[in-house]
Write a protein that binds this ligand. Sequence first.
Ligand code: ADP
Ligand code: MG
Length: 249
Amino acid sequence: MSDLCRQIEGHMRTLKLKGMIPVYRDLLERATTGNLQYEEYLALLLEEEVKRKRESSIKTKISKSRLPYLKTLEEFDFSYQPGLKEKEVIRLNSLEFIEQKGNVIFLGPPGVGKTHLSVGLAMKACSARYRVLFMTAQQLIEDLLLSKKDGSLVAKLMAYSRLHLLILDELGYMPITREQANLLFQLISMRYEKGSIILTSNYNFDEWGKVFEDNVVAAAIIDRLVHHASIFYITGSSYRLKNKLKKAK
Ligand code: ADP
Ligand code: MG
């Protein structure tokens, strides 16, 4: 490596131009053999850097969003859930619902793909560099309870309201007391028309009475959630049983 190249590479490291380092010498070779103009060389070099920075910012977003696994909508087999309106789900991929601060609700029994679809949309939102956070409804409730105890509830609610997309998975997995429901209601009110929520539950709305100790709060929560929401009732069978059922046959 020439002294000049060593110097160039040193500068690139100092400036953290990690996208340029692996490619600049190849490009330099192409340029010197006469295939690249100065402008073309510089443009290609910068393009690599921008590409790497974008990729790394998406990776950071995805890791910060705490998704339970990484799966895309493209990996979802809609033929397995013929009752689910594929076009309407795919339309969500444009992320217009996030722009409009709308919600998405997936309801249905275990294994039908509620979490997968939520994760797929969350990954898309991360790629568009929205602030995304995935948690179970139970984790959220526990977090809010703790904040209430130590007096940081308002700050916590503010922090949640800064997210573009909050995914609350598995609402109703555990019964929800009056105090817990009130906290959930505060969060949902705070995000109402300000930020999107994707919510999944094993229970249809008419069964939420079984989940919530207080029906009045449950109704108020549903009211705000569904006002600007796309709601999907997934009624098919569990994908987890797919191969098992095949084998049994
Ligand atoms: P739940 O509705 O209980 O949240 P999940 O979304 O976690 O179910 O789905 C369970 C598993 O089955 C996941 O690994 C998910 O990727 C997979 N899965 C569910 N439905 C489909 C589908 N239609 N196509 C592809 N994979 C699916
Ligand atoms: Mg799930």
